[in-house]
Design a protein around this ligand. Sequence first.
Ligand code: FES
Ligand SMILES: [Fe+2]
Length: 338
Amino acid sequence: MSEIPFQRLLEGYWHLAAHRSEMPNPKDFLRIAWAAGELVLYNDQGSIVAFDNVCPHRGTRFFVDMAGNAPASCPYHGWTYRNGCLRIPTHHQSVVGEGAPPPQLNSFPTAWCGDFLFVSPRPEHSLEDQLGELAPRLAAIAEDIDGRRDLNAYDFECDWRVAVENALESDHIDLVHPESLAVLKLAPGRFEFAGVNSIWLTEVTDARSVRSLDAIGRYFDVRHAHRGYTNIFLFPFAMLSSTYGYSYSLQMFLPARTPGRTHFSSRLLGGRAQTPGNPVVESLMESSTRLNRQVFQEDHQICRRISPAYRIDAPGRLFAASEARLRSFNDTLRGLSG
Ligand code: FES
Ligand SMILES: [Fe+2]
């Protein structure tokens, strides 16, 4: 088998990058590290643009914070992006030579599925083709989301496929997450597949958790949620999970340039509440933030214990029935490797 074509995965596929409510105001931005450098999403007077965070003049990064609200103005010599154009200060006007095209940001194609924004540097397929039957379901989930509550990013010390495989199976929950996720006592549930994407739908069986999750429902206006636990894998790098739809955790496992490292990020996207600022909802968002951060720390600890000597792309690896999503991911990668 030839090498996994990482460049093709990164450039040729659509990546779920944000929900519209994360950047509601002009000048809101979000910065994500990926193997191609950085990806910036920026609200340019109401339209969201995606670009590489590199000033075309001398290469300065426009943004260094993970998220915030600031003009896309280069701090070195002041080139500024606004209303779809790069504005160049008068003393640099001569940079644009006679008849030469005006300088542009290196922007990336974007596409929407409902209020979910996808980015792909050089898409090989339409977003509809890539999502298949998942598209209407994702668009419906997007309607239930109302803003970002947490943003957490750091590097996992493991190959990105190790991190994705970890997120695609639940057999490790009791051992790796005994005091966090295991408390919900998730049932085996069922798998669904939509092309290269996969879903795990299951029930919470811990009676105490079910009682409190049911009781919290009256504070939310979520219409498309599964009353249980949902985990959606959006091939190749993104995962969206939720309990009862009160919040969604969006995780990205992006390959880093350095082998054996993964740019991990997780976001907590809040479900639509009946009334803004409700203290029950606010405290649920805080506890979900803490719980998710703990779960991902636990996942990171086990992922970094996978030996670098282990051949994740070896032929003939064994998969249990409960690892059907992992097998599908593995088969897709092997298919792409030729
Ligand atoms: S490097 Fe950005 S304006 Fe000069
Ligand atoms: Fe886990």
